[in-house]
Design a protein around this ligand. Structure first.
Ligand SMILES: O=C(O)CCC(=O)C(=O)O
Ligand SMILES: [Fe+2]
Length: 259
């Protein structure tokens, strides 16, 4: 992919989010899911609200105590690095998160040890990632021309999400801990959801809702005018989602004692 091609995948106006649908073929998605689930069962660590696998070594505030990525991951990160074309060195760290229906990740910013661009590959059940302005931006909103709004992206299986700049530095990102994610006017990749993977076409996971159904649900908030017309539907989280968060830790420590 050339820089011009990557530009075709830019979504929304918040600098800068790219969403590449069908980055992996259906077959490659299944192969990768199989590696995550069977090839590395001892790597899972359970957190309160999800499980994760840490690959590439231990990230400290001051850098990475490295561990070589296995070939099934270095093949992937090598391709992502080449295709995205924005990283100054090979990606050396991968966090694999597993979310069951209703699990998510609190709004957060990625740590200071990482190069400020992240690439997230999604597998399994779809989900919505929400970007919300950091407190420091909200402090500036006294200027009416300077309104910072939330943005969200539907993450379909096989897609690659890349974000940097303000989306990385000035916004928090998170996935809400609910069994449905609302599809509303904050979604910026609505026109990129069509999939070229034939097998997915029969099971479109985004369910249109009619207004009456939405009206009687108090978990779907209205906008300022109380209007519901901007809610298009919901993403039903019926299955497990696996994501691979691929990053570069620029500072690598070869020796523990040099920390
Ligand atoms: O699972 C995801 O898509 C997001 C994961 C994430 O934000 C992280 O690992 O820092
Ligand atoms: Fe993150």
């Amino acid at each position: 992919m050339s820089p011009d091609e990557l530009e075709m995948y830019r979504v929304g106006t918040l600098p800068t989010i790219f969403y590449i649908p069908d980055y992996l073929s259906r077959q490659d998605q299944l192969r990768l899911l199989n590696q995550v689930n069977t090839g590395s069962s001892t790597k899972w660590k359970s957190l309160k609200n999800r499980r994760l696998q840490n690959w590439g070594g231990v990230v400290h505030e001051k850098g990475l105590l490295p561990q070589q990525l296995p070939p099934w991951l270095s093949d992937l990160t090598g391709n992502i690095c080449k295709d995205v074309g924005l990283f100054p060195a090979p990606l050396n760290h991968v966090l694999i998160n597993e979310y069951l229906p209703g699990q998510g990740i609190m709004p957060h910013q990625d740590g200071p040890a990482y190069f400020p661009i992240v690439a997230i590959l999604s597998l399994g059940s779809p989900a919505v990632m929400e970007f919300t302005p950091h407190q420091k931006l909200l402090g500036q909103s006294g200027d009416p021309g300077n309104v910072h709004e939330g943005v969200s992206v539907i993450l379909m299986p096989g897609s690659l999400l890349v974000f940097k700049d303000a989306a990385y530095q000035d916004y928090l990102h998170g996935i809400s801990e609910t069994i449905e994610h609302r599809v509303d006017k904050t979604i910026v990749n609505m026109d990129k959801l069509q999939t070229h993977n034939e097998e997915f076409l029969g099971e479109v996971p985004i369910h249109p809702m009619d207004v009456d159904e939405i009206k009687c649900r108090d978990d779907l908030a209205c906008d300022k005018e109380g209007s519901l017309k901007d809610v298009f539907g919901v993403v039903k989280r019926n299955g497990t989602r696996i994501s691979l968060t691929c990053r570069l830790v620029p500072k690598v420590h070869k020796n523990l004692f040099k920390f």
